[in-house]
Design a protein around this ligand. Structure first.
Ligand SMILES: Nc1ncnc2c1ncn2[C@@H]1O[C@H](COP(=O)(O)OP(=O)(O)OP(=O)(O)O)[C@@H](O)[C@H]1O
Ligand SMILES: [Mg+2]
Length: 273
């Protein structure tokens, strides 16, 4: 069953008329992880944000985005807000940007949860504690009382994952959640995503430059180039039999990077097979 159906999505700049994403059609099956890969500027983030209707006002979009059969483009903003977070949950590349720098982490988490659940402050803390421990965040209370800048990028991503565990969203959209992290944190955060999927059987759209990560996590892969989908298939198919020249190019450049990394490290890289 398809949980999300994107049909003929088109995104353009309302001022210049420049088309940024063209004729994009794909589906996300219930319980499945779809990776979106492609070079910088190919339209991956615009596509994710278009699903949540979070693109900048200057941008226009057309086409259908059906979530559980409902066309999201027909909903008013209030209805849409109700769906963000609880049903469609976005994890961003840069954890620091996802949090308000002037508040401690706990305030952000509580505000998000209060929006969707009828829990009081201590109930929220009780829900968050085990979720935070389960993603390797020791001392949850201490962390809830810290400001974003007092925590590392990897910790902030784990906090976003812990929040997802509590929210149990229908779809997680993760836009390069590991790109800004160092190698060790990247490895750990990917492990947490794998566990999150195992635990929630969650449906996920996972944007990544890193094909090794994609291979570990995704069931299907969508390859974008200059705003268009150039290839779409199962992860196994794509890795063994990429049809489009651009996909093969992406894979060979990734392999070279990986080999170089392994040479430098003198051991196994994280982009494992
Ligand atoms: N608000 C905007 N107004 C006009 N053009 C935009 C806007 N946001 C993005 N773009 C352009 O749309 C194209 C796609 O951007 P997008 O952010 O989706 O790329 P991406 O695939 O996510 O790249 P990256 O891997 O670097 O994150 C780029 O050429 C970008 O310059
Ligand atoms: Mg992007």
């Amino acid at each position: 069953m398809n949980l999300l159906e994107v049909e003929k999505l088109r995104i353009w700049d309302g001022h210049s008329g420049n088309v940024l994403v063209e004729n994009s059609t794909f589906q996300l099956k219930q319980g499945s992880c779809l990776a979106i890969v492609g070079e910088s500027g190919s339209g991956k983030s615009l596509t994710c944000r278009a699903i949540l209707r979070l693109n900048n006002n200057a941008l226009r979009q057309s086409g259908e985005i059906r979530f559980q059969g409902v066309d999201l483009s027909l909903l008013d903003e209030r209805e849409m807000r109700r769906r963000r977070g609880k049903q469609l949950y976005m994890i961003l590349q840069n954890g620091m940007r996802a949090f308000d720098p002037t508040n401690v982490i706990g305030v952000h988490l509580r505000e998000t949860l209060v929006h969707h659940y009828d829990w009081n402050a201590s109930e929220i803390t009780e829900k968050l504690k085990p979720a935070m421990l389960s993603v390797g965040l020791q001392d949850p209370i201490g962390i809830l009382n810290k400001y974003p800048h007092q925590l590392s990028g990897g910790m902030l991503q784990r906090i976003m994952i812990a929040l997802a565990i509590v929210l149990e969203p229908d779809i997680i959209l993760a836009d390069e959640p590991t790109t800004a992290l160092d190698t060790v944190s990247k490895f750990e955060v990917v492990e947490q995503f794998i566990r999150l999927r195992e635990r929630m059987g969650g449906s996920m759209i996972f944007v990544s430059h890193e094909l090794g990560v994609v291979r570990k996590l995704a069931d299907e892969v969508l390859v974008m180039k200059s705003g268009s989908i150039v290839e779409l298939g199962t992860t196994a198919d794509l890795f063994s039999n990429a049809r489009h020249e651009y996909t093969r190019y992406l894979m060979s450049s990734q392999r070279m990077l990986n080999d170089r990394f392994q040479q430098l490290m003198g051991g196994a890289g994280i982009v494992g097979r």
